[in-house]
Design a protein around this ligand. Structure first.
Ligand code: GDD
Ligand code: MG
Length: 356
């Protein structure tokens, strides 16, 4: 089966982390998110992956190259200007001749795609959407369904009171190629506001596959931290990683008086100074230098971060090569753009990028 990955969005809600890195490439446990996604597709017999790119497209192509990945062929298709979710797929229509998958490029899930495909075939569906139940559906596409999964209504980002359904569009679709005929060529067009509502109006069978796997949209700071925490905490059995108390990939140096309370992952070539405490769930990238008497908890540090002494990091995200001066405290949900030097405390929720 072929899969189309929607990887062209600008990742606005993760700015400034996404200033120079597209959202699908943000690291989850020190590996670009897209690697995790491709690994899971390879496990479900996907043979060809079409990555539709726009924002910072070179970054994705340079990382994966042109020789495929995990025995899958990779095709990159560039949109000069974003075509929207369905426009991006219409744009690669000539590559699609059979039932295919579409995935939002920011969904971390262990959904069983093979079972979803069986459901799609059994239902004789033209478009099957993976549906997930959530308590607050306001930030998602909400779907109203009949008992057998037949979709009756699709409302993107509903206003309060607009629907009673708590089943949301999980951003994974199995589609038949002929439904793309109704999408306009070379125009900005969305599944959520265009193609899906049109399918419903014309009564082309659209089904929801309701399931409850681990699922998260990593496109906001709190969700980005959460997915790293959840995997380290192995909240879902299928995510258990071996020896997760300290997941040490290639070797680091920690002073004997430093304390690491798992689950913590430490990348290659890191240095952890005397008296520093690292509390999990925390991710430390490669080439990170941590001075003396620092306290780091619940945070994600990308590669090349350098901390002075007596720094306190609490549930924050520091991008590549950030430096932090002595005694600085960085609070909950702060994001610091790559290469920034943090010289003063950052209060919770404050982000620091080149423009402030
Ligand atoms: N190629 C391409 N071109 N990709 C795009 C474009 C585009 O013009 N616009 C968005 N994307 C990609 C984004 O990179 C992302 O991977 C995916 O499409 C979805 O875009 P988001 O901006 O993350 O949408 P959302 O999270 O607000 O809502 C979507 O996902 C929800 C689930 O997380 C919708 O599909 C909702 O219905 C859904 O519930
Ligand atoms: Mg999203």
């Amino acid at each position: 089966m072929k899969a189309v990955i929607l990887a062209g969005g600008a990742g606005t809600r993760l700015r400034p982390l996404t200033n120079n890195l597209p959202k699908p490439m943000v690291p989850i446990l020190n590996r670009p998110f897209l690697e995790h996604m491709l690994d899971s597709l390879a496990a479900h017999n996907v043979t060809d992956v079409i990555i539709t790119v726009s924002y910072l497209s070179d970054n994705i192509r340079n990382h994966f190259g042109d020789n495929g990945y995990a025995n899958m062929n990779i095709h990159y298709v560039l949109e000069e200007s974003p075509l929207g979710t369905a426009g991006a797929v219409k744009n690669v229509e000539k590559l699609l001749d059979d039932t295919f998958l579409v995935l939002n490029g920011d969904i971390f899930t262990n959904l069983d795609i093979s079972k979803m495909l069986l459901f799609h075939n059994d239902a004789d569906s033209k478009a099957t959407l993976f549906l997930k139940e959530v308590s607050d559906p306001s930030q998602f596409g909400v779907v109203e369904i009949k008992g057998d999964g037949y979709i009756e209504k699709f409302i993107e980002k509903p206003n309060p009171g607009e629907t009673k359904s708590n089943w949301i569009n999980g951003g994974v679709y199995i589609l038949e190629p002929d439904i793309l005929q109704i999408a306009p060529e070379n125009e900005f067009y969305m599944f959520e506001r265009g193609l899906f509502p049109t399918l419903l109006e014309t009564q082309i069978p659209m089904y929801g596959y309701r399931n409850n796997p681990y699922w998260i949209d990593l496109g906001t700071p709190s969700n980005y931290l959460r997915v790293n925490h959840d995997i380290l905490n192995a909240v879902d059995e299928s995510m258990i990683v071996e020896n997760r108390d300290i997941l040490n990939t290639e070797g680091y140096f920690a002073h004997p008086s430093a304390v690491i309370e798992g689950p913590v992952i430490v990348g290659r070539d890191c240095f952890i100074g005397a008296g520093s405490v690292i509390r999990g769930p925390t991710v430390i990238g490669s080439g990170v230098t941590i001075g003396e008497d620092n306290v780091i908890s619940g945070s994600v540090l990308w590669d090349g971060v350098k901390l002075g002494h007596q720094v306190i990091l609490t549930e924050c995200i520091l991008a590549d090569d950030v430096t932090v001066d002595d005694k600085v405290r960085i609070g909950n949900l702060c994001m610091v753009a790559s290469g920034m030097n943090v010289t003063a405390d950052l209060q919770p929720g404050i982000s620091l990028g080149p423009t402030g």
